[in-house]
Write a new protein. Structure first.
Length: 228
């Protein structure tokens, strides 16, 4: 399965003492080697370079892993470290939670800005378009959605996160809500904004060479229509 391959890549870790490089041609030694203080764990998160990197085992035998947090590492093999990523659903849940946390932070930043909400969103638009057109992120998002279409557990994770995202979006958009809008119309306007941004991720794959600056300008005009 495509997503399983991605999860395996996400879980691929190599560890070696800080003073020595583990030979890539001898993966079996990684399973036999037990981690100790000052050793490194290398984590590669497919489609999420900001979560990848090398992480040192502390003097107390702990390592802080992306998506997982601080866990015991000393005395464990790399294979045992991998088990902290319990299963495919757990990994996806962690990735989704990371994205949700980033969205919550961005929404808080937009809401904290004085003045008109539309102006704040417009200033952020080029950055938002660039994020949608990040091919690594687009690949991961589409793979997760593809897995959600055939895996009910993943679907539940994705839908729960989407529900929280819609609540955050709704709370922010309340600032521009017009008295004449019915509840259904307000919900539809918020949903259309989500449709546009979600659709940009697919367009990034189909037409990666699109003029992002022009898109950001048109997005501003579209949002102005939806929010006024």
């Amino acid at each position: 399965m495509v997503l399983l391959a991605s999860v395996l890549v996400l879980g691929v870790m190599s560890a070696a003492p800080a003073h020595a490089q583990q030979p890539p041609s001898a993966p079996a030694q990684s399973d036999d080697y037990l981690l100790g203080s000052s050793d490194k764990v290398r984590v590669t998160v497919y489609g999420e370079p900001t979560l990848s990197g090398e992480f040192f085992v502390t003097g107390t035998g702990l390592v802080s892993l992306p998506l997982i947090g601080e866990v015991k590492a000393a005395g464990l093999s790399v294979g045992q470290i991998y088990r902290y990523f319990e299963n495919k659903e757990a990994i996806i849940a962690a990735i989704v939670a990371q994205d949700l946390a980033e969205m919550r932070e961005k929404f808080a930043e937009l809401e904290s800005r004085p003045g008109d909400l539309l102006d704040s969103i417009s200033e952020h638009m080029p950055e938002a378009v660039d994020k949608c057109y990040d091919m690594g992120r687009a690949a991961l998002v589409l793979e997760v959605l593809a897995e959600a279409a055939r895996n009910s557990k993943v679907a539940a994770i994705v839908r729960a996160a989407d529900c929280q995202e819609r609540a955050l979006s709704r709370a922010m958009l309340e600032r521009n809500r017009k008295p004449e809008w019915s509840e259904a119309e307000f919900e539809a306007r918020a949903e259309m904004i989500a449709v546009i941004f979600d659709g940009l991720i697919m367009r990034a794959v189909n037409n990666p060479g699109a003029d992002r600056q022009a898109l950001a300008g048109m997005m501003r005009k579209t949002l102005e229509c939806l929010l006024s």
